[in-house]
Write a protein that binds this ligand. Sequence first.
Ligand code: ATP
Ligand code: MG
Length: 348
Amino acid sequence: MINIEHLDKTYHLKNADVHAVDDVSLHIESGQIYGVIGYSGAGKSTLVRCLNFLEIPDSGSIEIEGFGKVSANQGSLDISQKKLRELRRSIGMIFQHFNLLDRSTVFDNVAYPLKYTGLSKKEIETRVDELLDLVDLADKKYVYPSQLSGGQKQRVAIARALSNNPKVLLSDEATSALDPDATESILKLLRDLNKRLGITIILITHEMSVIKSIANRVAVMENGKVVEEGDVYDIFANPKEEITKKFINSSSALSNITKLIENKTIIPTDSKLVKLTFTRDSVGSATISKISREYNVDVNIMLANVDVINADALGGIIASIEGAKENVQRAIDFLHESNVKVEVIHHA
Ligand SMILES: Nc1ncnc2c1ncn2[C@@H]1O[C@H](COP(=O)(O)OP(=O)(O)OP(=O)(O)O)[C@@H](O)[C@H]1O
Ligand SMILES: [Mg+2]
């Protein structure tokens, strides 16, 4: 469990102050994959760097299971240096640009954090072999980072981050430099590690597709603040803040409708263009054929999409509903009653 309360961090620059983390409070359960999303400069990296005290917060507190609550006061922490070292060792971290030692082999990169832990040479070798097996890189033990693909480099970085058996893994844009295939394989690895080791993962990204594919909960950050937070499925089904809607749109096939609307001829006269969202409560029923039959309207489905988020289906349809005005309205009312979310996006 990680409990963040009223965390604040301001950078004092020559001509301005930057409030990078502004009164952030979050609760993260053990074993969760917790996503933090936001645009560039939102304060995501600063927030996670505060979690392992690479960055010292100005004020607020962080409680990490097994370490009690650590409070910050004007840039100093109420924790001994010894405890702080232990705490840092229990948190692994991976980055966008891997941060590997280029002149060291894969083996030496992964062995590096084990150097001063009192393990013998033999024990270190056994541990590194285990870690390389875990990330499926046993055959690359003696190669150098320059001989690896981006995805493989990130696997080395993950193995290194796990060397001290951390309880928490922080991932700061770990897939941002990777192509879609490598991204998917790294996300799959993180999912597996979360399941097999029970490790809590806090994952920063600016891509909603990453959140959708891996996270259980998500916090949306803007200007240092958390503006929306919740279960990933609920946030996708019912986003409240404009910025959250924007992020969701960016990862949705349905957003192509804006291009279609520009070409107005595709929207029939006497019709309403609607976006329908089918959640757990409505995704299984034949609502579209029902309204067509019972209210004598024609439904033209223009775009449709089903996402599976945390094993639950979330459906979206963009359709025009055509017919006599009162029939169209009654059809829309019926959709509402059937737990289908209806947003009218265009009147013909
Ligand atoms: N060491 C620093 N000194 C001064 N200002 C900083 C420092 N680190 C970050 N900032 C500022 O704090 C704000 C938040 O930065 P941060 O790196 O946390 O954002 P981010 O959400 O991680 O962005 P990105 O997606 O680009 O990585 C930015 O305005 C940034 O310029
Ligand atoms: Mg960042």
